[in-house]
Design a protein around this ligand. Structure first.
Ligand code: PLP
Length: 438
């Protein structure tokens, strides 16, 4: 049996016996009985289906494509292994993400290292482990990486991240490719030109390609085609200066559905626009077709993840608002507080009950901004009900904090009716484990 927000839930979601939400063949109330709340549930079938969709949709239109999962959306050992099995490489943005990827057994050559302020220690770690590519973002990094690679007696393959000055019409805190951004070497100011020349001249760096990333989530297709044409046109002047464009990356940022009436383009539509724009611009400008790397993060894990919470205190302020408090909040999902992100929600233990009132789902953290869903029509809720928030897989667990010293939630993977714990719930002992008091 299906339900009206099913399109933004994992592909295996349904309604099972007792009118309960089911995920990956598991009854949500059983999962909560076993693992507690707040609980993050990842559906393995959705993760594999979406990953293979990216590989297939891009590969069928532009055979020389590599799909790199942007780990910052959420990474753990089990997820890294699963995505690598599906043929994806990984983007990392810190020594910690790199360590996790390597611990999961991802070959270093399948890892790309991003970031606007990598430390010397992080760069040294990347070099020592034989990382595939460093995506260099700034003049200091060109100098530092060149010197470090020289000291190790190696030549490191790099991409340069440029900023094309294009607005993809997303939230101000998640736009990255405009002039006023800390990310990328600006084409407009001339920094990109200077950096490309420095990188070509650096004796211990091999500039194999160029990268840009516009921001996220991008619901429109046109910013990609405009940016691809802008960047490739800009790059054509460097062919005579020795730029050999073997790789080209338009980044990630592909949208997912958070709300039932705001659905994103299909993966195939993004692939169509990106493949066509790359092929057309390369043909026009005299570039051979480079390896295309795309970097989906949110779109790989977002829909696969569902957050489950238990309803607690309910406060009604007549004619103003009813606050229904859940046992999680901004500590496990800061997106509503940080980006004004909006979500749907369902009552997982009474899926077919009709909406009866408009409420605000609040968290348990000591901040008035700790709201998960503002003004949503739901059945009348009672303490003990189970609320499921879909599209929670990306940038929720990965941005989780211990604010108010709440332990971070457990994460499970479900498939064919079997749940598997992939990250245990933190304990109070964990919260004190890093303190030193002798
Ligand atoms: C964050 C990021 C991505 C992924 O963005 P999503 O919106 O999660 O797809 C890709 N590339 C780079 C360089 C990023 O910083």
């Amino acid at each position: 049996m299906t339900f009206d927000t099913a399109e933004i839930f994992p592909i295996t979601a349904g309604i099972g016996p007792g009118d309960h939400l089911t995920l990956g063949g598991c009854d949500a109330t059983d999962l909560v009985a076993e693992f507690g709340t707040p609980l993050y549930v990842f559906d393995e079938d959705t993760l594999r289906a979406v990953s293979s969709e990216f590989v297939r949709e891009f590969g069928s239109r532009y055979p020389s494509t590599k799909v790199l999962y942007a780990s910052k959306a959420y990474i753990g050992l089990a997820l890294a292994r699963l995505l690598h099995e599906e043929g994806l490489g990984l983007d990392v943005v810190s020594g910690g993400e790199l360590a996790m990827a390597l611990a999961a057994g991802i070959p270093a050559e399948d890892i790309y290292f991003h970031g606007n302020n990598k430390s010397p220690a992080e760069l040294e770690m990347a070099l020592n482990r034989g990382i595939g590519r460093v995506v260099v973002d700034g003049f200091l990094e060109i100098e530092m990486l060149d010197a470090l690679a020289g000291a190790c007696g190696m030549t490191q393959d790099i991409l340069l991240r440029v900023s094309p000055g294009i607005d993809p019409h997303t939230h101000a805190k998640t736009t990255t490719g405009i002039l006023d951004s800390k990310f990328g070497l600006s084409i407009e100011t001339g920094d990109a030109t200077t950096a490309i020349r420095q990188a070509i001249a650096a004796p211990n760096l091999d500039l194999v390609g160029i990268h840009f990333h516009l921001g996220s989530p991008i619901f429109e297709l046109e910013p990609y085609s405009i940016a691809i044409d802008t960047v490739l046109t800009f790059l054509s002047q460097f062919i005579s200066e020795g730029l050999d464009l073997r790789e080209f990356s338009p980044g990630g940022g592909f949208a997912i559905g958070y709300l039932r009436d705001e659905l994103p383009p299909a993966v195939g539509s993004y692939a169509e626009v990106i493949a066509n724009a790359t092929k057309a611009s390369c043909a026009r400008l005299g570039f051979g077709e480079p390896l295309l790397t795309v970097e989906p993060g949110r779109s790989i894990v977002g829909r696969a993840g569902v957050a489950l919470y238990t309803v607690g205190a309910i406060k009604n302020i007549p004619t103003v608002r009813t606050y229904v408090s859940l046992d999680g909040g901004m500590g496990d999902n800061i997106r509503p507080a940080l980006y004004d992100s909006r979500y749907e929600a369902v009552v997982a233990n009474r899926m077919s009950d009709a909406p009866a009132e408009t409420v605000t789902l609040a968290g348990k953290y000591c901040e008035s901004g700790d709201i998960l869903v503002k003004d949503i029509a739901l059945p009348v809720l009672q303490a003990g009900d189970l609320v499921a928030i879909p599209a929670s897989g990306a940038y929720a667990p990965s941005m989780a904090s211990n604010y108010n010293l709440n332990p971070r939630p457990a994460i499970i993977m479900v498939k064919d009716g079997v749940p598997r714990l992939i990250r245990r719930r933190e304990s109070y002992e964990d919260l004190m484990a890093w303190d030193v008091d002798d």
